[in-house]
Design a binder for this molecule. Structure first.
Ligand code: DC
Length: 228
């Protein structure tokens, strides 16, 4: 496939902070459009997990980036497989989240994962979510969205999700953890989380996931129609 052909494949890039609901929205939009889906955060989560499994110190940028470039992973439906093991639950714990945020601050790790992410761009289109989808990985994305919500709303959703899984969580602690990750993800040197000029802002503090999905689908239909 030539570069020109690949660039013609529509990409909907959804960036936003932790627990903003971007993953849920992105997955539903992908399903509605019949597009592929990339959960880029999972790659950082898997990198941290793979490094730990190999006994690598998460402060060692070179070794962690080597683990990133040799990740053996599969996405099967909602399942995430690392070296043949189903790690779908393991990569979603709070410590896995903080570890992902730490390794994601290393430039060499981000470089090691760049082409792997771009390879998800396949016909008929891709919906991806993360922090730098629109700024770094797919700067030519046809539609760029910054999806956010207040830290209180995000913490409440995260607490409810944890409770549903039978994990007790204290709202104040979750707020603190989200603030730590927001701070690290937004203030790092490489590919910090930020809303790009020209990206649509979607604040989901006061709207349901369904309403957010419908809004993205309206933008998607307008944008993709306009570019075809
Ligand atoms: O989206 P998430 O919560 O699963 O992401 C986990 C961590 O990975 C997040 O704290 C920051 C990092 N990340 C990133 O730096 N760039 C991305 N495109 C996606 C995630």
């Amino acid at each position: 496939m030539t570069t020109m052909n690949t660039r013609a494949i529509p990409v909907i890039a959804i960036d936003g902070p932790t627990a903003s609901g971007k993953g849920t929205v992105a997955q539903r939009v992908a399903a509605a459009l019949g597009f592929h889906y990339l959960d880029s955060g999972a790659l950082y989560r898997l990198t941290a997990l793979a490094a730990l499994k190999q006994g690598i110190d998460l402060n060692d940028e070179n070794k962690v980036s080597a683990a990133a470039s040799t990740l053996s992973i599969q996405f099967i439906g909602e399942k995430v497989i690392l070296d043949g093991e189903d790690v779908s639950e393991l990569i979603r714990t709070e410590s896995a989240s903080q570890n992902a945020s730490r390794v994601a601050a290393f430039p060499a790790v981000r470089r090691a994962l760049t082409e792997r992410q771009r390879a998800f761009r396949a016909a008929p289109g891709l919906v991806c979510d993360g922090r730098d989808m629109a700024s770094v990985i797919f700067p030519d994305a046809q539609l760029k969205i910054f999806l956010t919500a207040s830290v209180e709303a995000r913490a409440e959703r995260r607490t409810n999700q944890l409770k549903q899984k039978g994990i007790s969580a204290i709202l104040d602690d979750v707020v603190k953890e989200l603030r730590i990750r927001d701070e690290r993800d937004s203030n790092r040197q490489v590919a910090p989380l930020k809303k790009l000029d020209g990206a649509y802002l979607l604040d989901t503090t006061a709207i349901s996931a369904n309403a957010a999905v419908e809004q993205v689908l309206r933008w998607a239909k307008d944008t993709i129609r306009a570019t075809q």
